[in-house]
Write a new protein. Structure first.
Length: 531
């Protein structure tokens, strides 16, 4: 087997790594940098730019530069999260025929999966340049709280990019592998993962080479992007008060402000003040207007303290699910660039009564852990490492009166299989409809619909007599298969759960063929220019 790379497909930055001996190594991108901005830009000449080249286009070409696309993966256009993004997005969002969100670039409708595939294809190209050989296999990480729709969307993106996903692994679990590989003592760790777009908290026991996830939970719409937005809103509001001009509808100004906000936020992790200087942000008959503000660390902490506070109910829930108290945690690992913020470090220290581990780069640790998982799957690890992950959300079916009946509870170790018996509600009922759901709501409509199928040909009998066995199987990637069986007749209906949203296999293959044609045309253009 050739090299299998580990990929952290992040909201704001992505990273790739591999295992050299027993040491995970980050693979630099084509510019020699350890991380790559998760940005894609479409130029007027039809070029598709990825990474730093795309990021440089963000101010001059905001309507055609897509950032934070990970937040759109597996989402419906009508969802509250997508609507919130659209209100502040410089690029245009729309609705696909199945209700999914799409990105509209110059009249072309592009799925988030396809844009993510462009990022993955670039990372694949970087790794191939590093090794000097073609690469196909990869372990890809996802936020622990990603649902089936989002996990499948990630796998589709990888397939479009020409990658075979040998395993999908949760980001906090991946980080714990990188941290715990050389740890000799048995311990319980907490992984606090606050990245660009998502938040996860995972509690894990490491014992004699066994990595056992005890509990995981989080919020797929809480991250550094929200910190940037609060700073941006602060700048826009201040400018409006001084000049009676609302910049929120000016896409070019919005992008400049967003970049300045992120830059100031990063600086304030290491300094106490940051100067924000945006000349000629607006012009009218009275002349040009500028933004010149000083943001202090204290002001930033006041602006964003509520966002940090939002992470703690999840920590409490994870501790409760694992049957632990803060004092039962031996080490705290910080993952994701947003955790560099001093207030986050202080708040975590105060809560757990111990300093978090500082020696691991929070931007690289997830990809490094994915590379370790790839080596485990290849049988290259010299030491025994067993990873016991969990399903982050409960799985079940809709039963009488719209009730959600839980069959596999959240935080169940995967892979797993469980069967529960049900029956009919009407006399001589010949058909039952199985509605597969994912979530924690007691009512079916409050959960995520994954699939619907019918079991037909049930033996004639009074209501309550037939026994219908519904079986759930969850694989190591956290994806489910469901079957229903009439015990009397032996009739069985099975379904591999494919999310009701997202790209169909036919659509994925169609995009792959179109991408191959585009790549061939681009190659011909380059060769013509060289000759």
């Amino acid at each position: 087997m050739n090299h299998v790379i580990g990929i952290d497909l992040g909201t704001t930055y992505s990273c790739i790594a591999y295992l050299e001996g027993n040491e995970p190594r980050v693979i630099p991108n084509l510019e020699g940098l350890p991380t790559t901005p998760s940005v894609v830009s479409f130029t007027q000449t039809g070029e598709k730019l990825v990474g730093n080249l795309a990021l440089r286009q963000a101010v001059t070409n905001p309507e055609n530069t897509v950032t934070a696309v990970k937040r759109l993966m597996g989402k419906k256009y009508s969802s509250d999260e997508v609507q919130a993004i659209e209100r502040k997005s410089p690029y245009t969002l729309g609705q696909a025929e199945n209700g999914d969100v799409i990105v509209e670039i110059d009249g072309q409708k592009i799925s988030p999966q396809e844009i993510s595939a462009m990022i993955l294809a670039y990372l694949k190209k970087c790794a191939e340049a590093y090794f000097g050989e073609e690469l196909i296999d990869a372990v890809i990480t996802v936020p622990a709280h990603f649902d089936d729709h989002q996990r499948q969307a990630t796998k589709d993106a990888a397939k479009i990019a020409g990658l075979e996903v040998v395993r999908v692994i949760n980001e906090p679990t991946s980080a714990s592998l990188a941290y715990g590989l050389d740890q000799k003592k048995n311990q319980v760790i907490a992984v606090y993962d606050l990245g660009g777009g998502t938040f996860d908290i995972t509690l894990m026991e490491i014992s004699d080479g066994i990595f056992n996830v005890l509990a995981t939970t989080g919020n797929t719409f809480l991250g550094g992007e929200d910190f940037d937005k609060l700073i941006s809103d602060w700048l826009i509001s201040d400018f409006n008060k001084k000049n009676e001009v609302d910049l929120s509808e000016d896409k070019l100004a919005l992008q400049r402000i967003k970049e300045a906000a992120e830059k100031a936020k990063r600086e304030l992790s290491f300094t106490t003040e940051s100067e924000i200087n945006l000349p000629f942000i607006f012009s009218d008959k009275s002349g040009s207007k500028h933004i010149k503000k000083t943001l202090s660390r204290g002001q930033l902490e006041e602006l964003t303290k509520d966002l940090i506070a939002k992470t703690f109910p999840f920590i409490d829930q994870a501790l409760t699910d694992a049957g632990l108290e803060p004092k039962g945690i031996d080490e705290v690992i910080l993952v994701g660039g947003q955790t560099r913020m001093p207030l986050i470090k202080k708040t975590i220290t105060d809560f757990f009564k111990k300093d978090p581990t500082e020696h691991i780069n929070p931007d690289e640790i997830v990809a490094m852990g994915a590379s370790i998982q790839s080596a485990i799957l290849q049988g290259k690890m010299t030491d025994l490492v067993v990873l016991l992950d969990v399903t982050p959300l409960s799985l079940g079916i809709e039963t009488e009166n719209g009730i959600f009946t839980n069959i596999i509870e959240k935080n169940t170790t995967i892979p797993c299989k469980k069967t529960m018996a049900f029956t009919t509600v009407e006399n001589n009922q010949r058909r039952v409809r199985v509605h597969v759901l994912q979530g924690e709501g007691d009512i079916a409509k409050d959960n995520i619909s994954l699939a619907v199928f019918d079991l037909v040909g049930i033996a004639l009998a009074p209501a309550g007599v037939p026994q219908i066995d519904v079986t759930f199987e969850i694989d190591a990637d956290g994806l489910a298969k469901v079957s229903a069986k009439d015990v009397t007749t032996g009739r069985t209906q099975k379904i591999e759960v494919k999310p009701s949203s997202g790209l169909s296999p036919e659509e994925v293959n169609k995009i792959i063929k179109r991408t191959q044609v585009d790549d061939d045309e681009n190659k011909e253009v380059v060769e013509d220019e060289q000759t």
